[in-house]
Write a protein that binds this ligand. Sequence first.
Ligand SMILES: NC(=O)c1ccc[n+]([C@@H]2O[C@H](COP(=O)([O-])OP(=O)(O)OC[C@H]3O[C@@H](n4cnc5c(N)ncnc54)[C@H](OP(=O)(O)O)[C@@H]3O)[C@@H](O)[C@H]2O)c1
Length: 242
Amino acid sequence: MGALTGKVAVVTGASSGIGRAIALGLAAEAAAVCPVGRNSERLSAVADAARATSPRVVPLQADLTDDAQLDALVESLRGEFPAIDVLVLSAGEHARGTIEDSGVAQLDRLYRSNVRAHYRLLQCLLPLLKAGGGYVVFVNSSVGLNAPRDAGQFAATQHAVKALADSLRQEINVDGVRVLNVFLGRVATPRQEKIYSGQEWTYQPELLLQPEDVAAMVLAALSLPRTAEVTELNIRPAIKSY
Ligand SMILES: NC(=O)c1ccc[n+]([C@@H]2O[C@H](COP(=O)([O-])OP(=O)(O)OC[C@H]3O[C@@H](n4cnc5c(N)ncnc54)[C@H](OP(=O)(O)O)[C@@H]3O)[C@@H](O)[C@H]2O)c1
């Protein structure tokens, strides 16, 4: 029996990319997994794959920027689980552009999906996380530490996520809840492929971080005993490319 066997894990953004890899990694460790996503087809495919190894898989569809859908998700989770051991926040949107050219409508959209949705879901699930002595994982970006050009809006949301994680840790460590911020360079996911398609660079996924690389590090942190809290992970591609 491994450290994650039988634990209850909720993973947002589980229908794609990094969230998908973490959800499947948790399932492979025999955790009960609740993958959350918007696209029902992709969500079902992940749930089917997770069922091969997990004792319990509860896929839940929700657009986390829609308050009614988020509330329904929380109700379902309360009905299914008395406690949550792991909450991975990997859902989110991305956009590039200079500050001069990027309108506030896009900023509002990024804020709703990357900051407000995490905040509200987390707030609603705190009682279940406290009950489970849980671990909260914020899947953040390297731009949440250092903002490059053409990424002001997105980087602002990732800095905000870092701030939420850092405050939260100091508020709820006392309840036995741990908080991990994961700062990532480029990972070969559908999002990254889309980003490359708007550039002159050639998309070579084999040169980038793999979602499974990220999942392996997150699972290692989650598997540590309660005496240890990993607060930050910085992971970037070993091969430098564009
Ligand atoms: N890929 C990278 O290079 C990279 C680098 C640094 C940081 N990150 C971070 O890693 C996280 C995941 O990125 P990724 O590359 O795996 O992205 P991805 O492949 O585009 O997947 C994004 C996921 O978020 C979900 N999602 C987006 N908006 C949502 C909403 N309003 N409600 C519910 N779910 C929503 C999507 O659901 P549906 O597909 O079902 O719509 C999908 O499951 C992001 O937070 C990102 O900032 C990624």
